[in-house]
Design a protein around this ligand. Structure first.
Ligand code: NAI
Length: 259
């Protein structure tokens, strides 16, 4: 099925790298013009920038917008970029996130904890807020928030991250209740372990002994790819999910519900 996002405009935060990069590219393949919003332009992994790739490899257009999602003014300006460049915003993907600080709760530095919440949770709030204002002026839209399986259940030594991702889940349900009347659907994606710089570098899981044990416990027998998450985000963003809102879609190969 092609052209699922024809004539649509999407903003994807954290789209320079990893999952956001795959979402931006997949959306563009389906016809959406994309604003690639990130604090950095180059991907954390190798390769051309996301917007260059989209402009070279698809018929859609992409622009880069420097944006720190913890800054509400920067997020607002990024959404304005979508409207100025492409005429509207139809899809907002709040994907940008970081994973640390991790470790025993008794050792967590308050400043680092606050920074994590500012990016992972408040960033999703500001992104939803800015997008909703514009979508209310139009015929609605779709907001897709990237949470985690750490927003479904608790994990030892990962309390700050779980707080942020669990918060996204309830923010999603609240916004779905509030914005449904404006034709705005709001859903969350909850990825499991996905192979990106976050899981190969920041918190090494992929390629480690612990990771291998974890992999064996996954019903589908493998870690996820950014593309696995991008396909679910596409479904939620598009008309295929026209009657789906306030939903949490777990994309983890069956890991969390069989643990
Ligand atoms: P990544 O580290 O590969 O990419 C994250 C991108 O977000 C980077 O380009 C980074 O520059 C950008 N970013 C970081 N702080 C930002 C800020 N303040 N403002 C704007 N952009 C910012 O990470 P990955 O794996 O692609 O993660 C994307 C999202 O998926 C995150 O929210 C993460 O928590 C979530 N996730 C990832 C999982 C995984 O296993 N990789 C599992 C579950 C959720």
């Amino acid at each position: 099925m092609d052209g699922l996002l024809e004539d649509k405009t999407a903003v994807v935060t954290g789209a320079a790298s990893g999952i956001g990069r795959a979402i931006a590219h997949r959306f563009a393949e389906q016809g959406a013009n994309v604003v690639v919003a990130d604090v950095r332009e180059d991907p954390r992994e190798d390769g051309a920038t996301t917007h260059e790739r989209i402009n070279e490899e698809t018929d859609a257009r992409a622009v880069f917008a420097p944006c720190d999602v913890s800054d509400p003014a920067a997020v607002e300006a990024t959404v304005d970029t979508a409207v100025d460049e492409f005429g509207s915003i139809d899809v907002m993907v709040n994907n940008a996130g970081i994973v640390g600080p991790n470790g025993p709760v008794t050792d967590i530095d308050p400043t680092e904890y606050q920074r994590l919440l500012d990016i992972n949770l408040n960033g999703v709030f500001f992104g939803s807020q800015a997008a909703a204002r514009r979508m209310q002026e139009n015929d609605g839209g779709s907001i897709v928030n990237v949470s985690s399986i750490a927003g479904i259940r608790g994990y030892s030594d990962l309390a700050p991250y779980c707080v942020s991702k669990g918060g996204i889940r309830l923010l999603t349900y609240s916004l779905a209740a509030e914005l449904g009347g404006d034709g705005i659907r709001v859903n969350a994606v909850h990825p499991g372990v996905i192979e990106t710089a976050m899981t190969t570098g920041d918190v090494p899981i992929v390629g480690t002994e612990t990771g291998e044990q974890m992999r064996q416990s996954i019903p589908l027998g493998r870690f996820g790819t950014p593309e696995d998450v991008a396909k679910t985000a596409l479904y939620l963003a598009s008309d295929l999910a026209s009657y789906v809102t306030a939903e949490s879609v777990i994309v983890d190969g069956g890991m969390v519900n069989t643990a």
